[in-house]
Ligand binder design. Structure first.
Ligand SMILES: [Zn+2]
Length: 493
C-alpha cells in the first residue's frame, strides 16, 4: 500500500484561501507546474527560497508514493522590463549592455541557476521547458483564444480582451480583484495605447526595429507576451487540467491571473486545482534591494564575501534555515538567525552520527511509532516543515539522552527511528549529509583562529613584515581576512 493512502495531505489553496484535502485528478499521478526564473541576471535569494520550497513539496509528494511530473520553465524571452507590456526585453537589454548574443546571456544564467540549485541539493524538475522552444505552441494558443473571440489584433500585436472575458468568466478570482478596481488603478497617461482597455494584456507583440528577439507569426514578426508561455507549457506537459501550480506570491497578479484567463479562454477549463504560493524573504528586517545595498547573492552567502555577512554558510545550513519557516510565511535573513541555524544543523548531524553508536536495549521508553506519525502529521498539514523540525529535535534530545544512558530504545524502535529520521532529514527536507564538511569546517575555523591570533601578536609587536605575509599568503590561497570593529574574520573565495 502506498503511503498516500495512509497519510491525508492538506494544502492551502490560494484560490479558495482555505486548507483543502489533496485529491489528485488522476492518482497516483500528480502534475505540478512552478514558474521558473527569467535568466537575465544572478538568481535572487528570494527566488531560491521559492524553488527550494517546491523542491521540498516535490520530495514529500514523491515520498508519499505519488508519481509526480514536475515542470519548471525557463523564461528566455518575452519578459519585459517592469513586468508590463511595454519596454525592453530583460534578456535583450542585458545582451545589448554586455554586447553579447541574447542566447549567451540565457546560457550563462541558466547554467548559474542550475549550479546554485544543485548546491542547495534541489532535485532537477522532470521537464524544464523554455519559452523560445515553444513559439509554435504559443502562436497556436493565441489562435485558439482569437477563435473564441477573446483576443484582438491591432497593428500586428494581439491583446487579450479582459472586459469581454470578464462578462462570461470572472477575471480576478485568484487575486480577489475586480475589474472596476483594476481599471481605476491603471493610468493611460498619454491615451496613445493601442489596447481597447488599459487592463488588456499582450499575447503577441510586434517587434520594434530595436527588438532583436523576434519570430514570424500570422500577425507580425514579433514575440510572445510573458504570461502566455506558462499557460502553453503547463497544458502541453500536464494536460488542460492539472493538480498544482506554484510560484512566488508576487506572481499572483498579474501573471497567474492572466494564466488562468488564457487557459480558460482557450479551452473553457480552469486548468489548476490547487494554487500554492510562497512568501518573500527580507534581509535584516528590510526588503532586499540592489539600489539600497541591502542584498546578498546566494554565492556570497556560501563564501561570506559580502560586507553584510560575518562569515560564509554552507548551502545545507541555508536550506535548513529556510525550512525552519513555513513556505507561506515571511522569512528574515540575518547573521544571528543563520548562526543559530548553523548550530542547530550541526547538532542534528551530530545526533544522526551518534545514532549508529546506540546499543539496543530490551525495551524502549520513547514511543517511536507515535513520534513518527507526528512527523507525518506536520507535513500533511500543508507541508509544515517548522513543526516537523521541532519533532525532529525531540528525537535529537532522545538520541543524546540515549548516548548518556538516560534513554533507551529496543532494536525495532532503533531501526524505525533511523529509517524515519533519514527519510525526513535527507529525502524530504533535502538536507545534504555534510557531517564530514562539518568537522572539516570546524578544523578550518580552529586553524584560522590560530593564524589570526599569530597575526594579531605580530601587529602588537609591530612586526608588519610577518603580519602582512600571513594576510597575503592566505589571500594567495583564496582566504580573505577582514578586519572589523569586533576583530578579524575570514572568508573563503
Ligand atoms: Zn509563469
Amino acid at each position: 500500500m502506498a503511503l498516500y493512502q495512509d497519510q491525508q495531505l492538506k494544502v492551502t489553496n490560494s484560490l479558495s484561501g482555505k486548507k483543502e484535502t489533496f485529491v489528485p485528478l488522476n492518482s497516483p499521478n500528480v502534475g505540478m507546474y512552478v514558474c521558473g526564473p527569467t535568466v537575465y541576471s544572478d538568481v535572487h535569494l528570494g527566488n531560491c527560497r521559492t524553488f527550494i520550497s517546491f523542491d521540498m513539496i516535490y520530495r514529500y509528494l514523491s515520498h508519499l508514493g505519488y508519481k509526480v511530473r514536475y515542470v519548471r520553465n525557463i523564461t528566455d524571452a518575452g519578459h519585459l522590463e517592469n513586468d508590463a507590456d511595454e519596454g525592453e526585453d530583460k534578456i535583450a537589454k542585458k545582451a545589448r549592455l554586455e554586447q553579447l548574443e541574447p542566447m549567451e546571456i540565457v546560457q550563462r544564467y541558466t547554467v548559474d541557476f542550475r549550479n546554485i540549485m544543485s548546491s542547495f541539493n534541489a532535485l532537477p524538475p522532470s521537464i524544464e521547458p523554455t519559452a523560445t522552444g515553444h513559439i509554435v505552441e504559443q502562436i497556436a494558443m493565441i489562435e485558439e483564444i482569437m477563435d473564441k473571440g477573446l483576443a484582438y489584433e491591432v497593428k500586428g500585436s494581439v491583446y487579450f480582451d479582459v472586459n469581454k472575458y470578464n462578462k462570461e468568466t470572472h477575471y480576478g478570482i485568484l487575486s480577489g480583484r475586480n475589474i472596476e478596481e483594476l481599471i481605476s488603478g491603471t493610468r493611460d497617461l498619454d491615451g496613445q495605447s493601442e489596447k481597447r482597455s488599459p487592463i488588456d494584456f499582450a499575447l503577441w507583440k510586434k517587434a520594434s526595429p530595436m527588438h532583436i528577439m523576434r519570430w514570424p507569426s500570422p500577425w507580425s514578426v514579433g514575440f510572445p507576451g510573458w504570461h502566455l508561455e506558462c499557460s502553453v507549457m503547463s497544458s502541453k506537459y500536464l494536460g488542460q487540467e492539472f493538480d498544482i501550480h506554484g510560484g512566488g506570491m508576487d506572481l499572483k497578479f498579474p501573471h497567474h491571473e492572466c494564466e488562468i484567463a488564457q487557459n480558460h479562454a482557450a479551452n473553457g477549463k480552469h486548468a489548476v486545482k490547487y494554487w500554492l504560493h510562497t512568501n518573500m524573504l527580507t534581509l535584516n528586517g528590510q526588503r532586499m534591494s540592489k539600489s539600497t545595498g541591502n542584498t546578498v547573492l546566494p554565492g556570497e552567502l556560501f563564501t561570506g564575501n559580502n560586507k553584510l555577512l560575518v562569515k560564509g554558510f554552507a548551502p545545507s545550513v541555508v536550506r535548513f534555515f529556510m525550512m525552519q519557516a513555513h513556505y507561506s510565511s515571511m522569512l528574515d535573513f540575518s547573521n544571528d538567525a543563520l548562526l543559530a541555524a548553523e548550530k542547530g544543523y550541526f547538532r542534528l548531524m551530530d545526533a544522526l552520527k551518534n545514532l549508529d553508536k546506540i546499543t539496543p536495549a530490551q525495551s524502549s521508553n520513547f514511543d517511536v511509532t507515535a513520534w513518527r506519525q507526528k512527523c507525518y502529521d506536520a507535513m500533511n498539514d500543508d507541508f509544515n516543515s517548522p513543526i516537523l523540525i521541532a519533532h525532529i529535535f525531540d528525537a535529537v534530545k532522545a538520541i543524546n539522552a540515549a548516548t548518556d544512558g538516560k534513554q533507551q530504545f529496543n532494536k525495532q524502535d532503533l531501526a524505525l527511528l533511523k529509517e524515519t529520521l533519514s527519510g525526513f532529514v535527507f529525502d524530504i527536507l533535502g538536507l545534504a549529509n555534510t557531517a564530514e564538511t562539518n568537522s572539516d569546517s570546524k578544523k578550518l575555523d580552529a586553524a584560522m583562529n590560530v593564524l589570526i591570533a599569530m597575526r594579531n601578536r605580530a601587529r602588537n609587536d609591530k612586526n608588519w613584515a610577518l603580519s602582512d605575509a600571513i594576510r597575503d599568503e592566505l589571500l594567495a590561497n583564496g582566504i580573505v581576512l577582514k578586519d572589523g570593529k569586533d576583530g578579524t574574520t575570514y572568508s573563503v573565495e
